[in-house]
Design a protein around this ligand. Structure first.
Ligand code: GLY
Length: 376
């Protein structure tokens, strides 16, 4: 295992390490013991559709340390992130003899982490959870901060995302950049969209850092990926530490996401989540400019061009793949509106590090932001 960088997440409810090291998955039992976790039985929950070498490595390490391992596969799509899947997981854990002295190890991307994390939070009123994210997006965002949830299905068949869940911090997060070796490049790029988001929130120098290292990143150089992941986890840890339950500051992590959710709901499957976040972040930058808070040298105009330049270097889109009417996109933002007392809350980056949540943005400004990313 390469040198390990550990970032401590300190929230109101928990303190835990996020460990970043190439080869760490092969040393899971050791990493868990170092975090005070020595369960006798472990449910390793992973994506049933892929032969996960990481899950196999985790399984080997835990078994060699004398733990009884139950490997439980689940469908890892947004459509299968349901109460039914949660129930199936919990019943499998029951059948496999997982009790209160056991633990869940979630190996996979955001869907596996969210559902397995919620299973751990609720099974027998809560057992320890270890997150082993295997996508860049999950390493830098989803696996850190304790958001766990499943979707509900509305009467018309559409998904209401993350409607049942809890804030339940994991006991340990292990990020092994070697897991990214086989991640499809489109998914790797999508994870970089969340890094661009973090740069706008708290680390402007990261944009040039990414642009200067795009080749080693896309070539999956483990040392470069470890630095990238650690740098982003520090930002996420700081935000989550300040506001675990999203009563205030944590909402800045939704930068670009209200635009992204509208894109995802209208363009079903045409954009990955990260691609939608990339487009949404550009729209949010333009919104700041339209609202007039950016100054020419050090505000939203500079920010939007730096974001566009970085997205282009990464190979992420800064515009919709096909023009849609701004009005239609504005209406599609309504599902986020329903979550907060009927008002649309938008995260607006006025300058690097000056990112605010506004609840009273005029529709005309939002339409202008949509037009900046190709809406008609
Ligand atoms: N992914 C946003 C958050 O964890 O709050």
């Amino acid at each position: 295992m390469d040198a390990l960088e550990a970032i401590t997440v300190r929230t109101a409810s928990a303190i835990y390490p996020v460990e970043v090291a190439s080869g760490a998955a092969r040393h899971m039992a050791e990493r868990m013991a170092a975090a005070g976790l020595r369960p006798s039985r472990v449910a390793v929950i992973c994506d049933a559709a892929v032969e996960s070498s990481t899950a196999a490595e985790v399984d080997r390490s835990l078994s060699a340390a004398g733990m009884a391992v139950a490997r439980i596969g689940m469908q890892a799509t947004e459509d299968s992130k349901t109460l039914g899947t949660l129930g199936d997981l919990c019943e499998r854990m029951l059948a496999d003899g997982i009790d209160r002295s056991g633990a869940v190890v979630a190996v996979g991307g955001g869907v596996v982490g969210d559902v397995a994390g919620f299973a751990a939070a609720t099974y027998m009123r809560g057992i320890p959870c270890v997150q082993v994210p295997t996508t860049l997006l999950a390493m830098v965002d989803a696996a850190v901060g304790g958001k766990t949830a499943v979707n509900l299905v509305r009467a018309d068949g559409t998904l209401a995302k993350n409607m049942v869940g809890s804030f339940a911090q994991p006991r340990l997060v292990v990020c092994d950049p070697e897991c990214l070796a086989t991640l499809p490049v489109r998914e790797l790029r999508s994870g970089l969209a969340e890094c661009v988001k973090h740069a706008v929130i708290a680390d402007p120098a990261m944009l040039a850092w990414i642009r200067g290292r795009i080749d080693p990143i896309l070539a999956r150089d483990p040392a470069t990926l470890a630095q990238l992941v650690a740098r982003n986890v520090k930002i996420k840890a700081e935000v989550v530490g300040a506001d675990e339950r999203e009563d205030g500051r944590r909402a800045v992590l939704n930068l670009g996401h209200t635009f992204a959710h509208a894109i995802e709901s209208l363009l079903h499957g045409e954009c990955t989540h990260g691609e939608a976040v990339a487009i949404g972040t550009v729209a949010a930058c333009r919104l700041a400019g339209v609202l007039g808070h950016g100054s020419p040298d050090h505000g939203s105009a500079h920010l939007e061009s730096a974001v566009r330049e970085t997205l282009s270097a990464i190979g992420l889109p800064a515009a919709l793949p096909a023009a849609r009417p701004a009005e239609e996109l504005l209406s599609a933002m309504a599902s986020d509106k329903k979550k907060r007392g009927g008002a649309l809350h938008l995260v607006v980056p006025f300058a690097f590090g000056d990112v605010r949540v506004l609840g009273d943005v005029p529709n005309d400004a939002v339409r202008a932001a949509w037009r900046a990313v190709g809406a008609g």
